[in-house]
Design a protein around this ligand. Structure first.
Ligand SMILES: CC(C)(COP(=O)(O)OP(=O)(O)OC[C@H]1O[C@@H](n2cnc3c(N)ncnc32)[C@H](O)[C@@H]1OP(=O)(O)O)[C@@H](O)C(=O)NCCC(=O)NCCS
Length: 167
């Protein structure tokens, strides 16, 4: 079972030592970049993913309802953004990514939000198919050059409050 541990000083070096496969590096920022950028992202939470003493991934989320959030007109203040997700190359395909999505949903409920949001690069090998398998659907928005996807927690099909597109 994957454990999700809030970032601590001792975890920084093990987490920045994790990497995805070479062909996946364009899909997600390195963990070092995520940790540095987190200084400037209001409402972010970073969790290391562990099995016992072995680090294997990182998930970073952003509370869109945080009072210091600078929302764009179409941004959802009732949303939890899955900002970064990576499972290290040697630990992929063992269910840790799916556990991370469940963890994000739990945090979304705890924060009192109804919607999960994320974005991914439009590439045949990116995580879009993985997110679709987890119930996320494309909203039709392109955010910072990436395909936005969303899931509404109060709807078992993940479709409710968004204008979603099919492809
Ligand atoms: C995407 C990622 C987080 C998935 O993590 P993971 O631990 O390998 O995924 P899981 O083992 O939990 O997979 C759950 C299911 O999704 C499927 N899946 C995983 N990655 C997939 C992908 N890229 N495309 C399609 N299906 C995928 C698995 O085959 C599995 O299917 P099953 O239930 O039928 O067996 C991981 O591959 C990763 O870190 N990729 C590189 C970084 C990245 O793209 N991050 C997302 C940035 S938007």
């Amino acid at each position: 079972m994957t454990e999700f541990r809030p970032l601590t000083a001792q975890d920084v070096i093990p987490l920045i030592g994790l990497s995805v496969a070479k062909h996946q590096q364009e899909f997600v920022a390195s963990n070092a970049v995520t940790l540095a950028q987190s200084l400037f992202e209001p409402g972010n939470e970073i969790y290391g993913m562990w099995v016992k003493n072995t680090p294997l991934g990182l998930i970073a989320i952003i509370d869109m309802g945080h009072p210091n959030q600078a929302l764009e007109p179409d941004d959802d203040p009732n949303g939890l953004l899955i900002w970064r997700l990576m499972v290290s190359k040697d630990h992929q395909g063992k269910g840790h990514g799916r556990d991370a999505m469940r963890f994000a949903e739990k945090r979304c409920r705890e924060l009192g939000h109804g919607n999960l949001l994320l974005s991914a690069i439009d590439h045949k090998d990116s995580a879009i198919a993985f997110y679709e398998q987890q119930g996320y659907r494309k909203t039709g928005r392109i955010v910072d050059g990436e395909v936005e996807m969303a899931k509404a927690l109060n709807n078992p099909h993940g479709e409710a409050t968004f204008s979603l597109i099919d492809d």
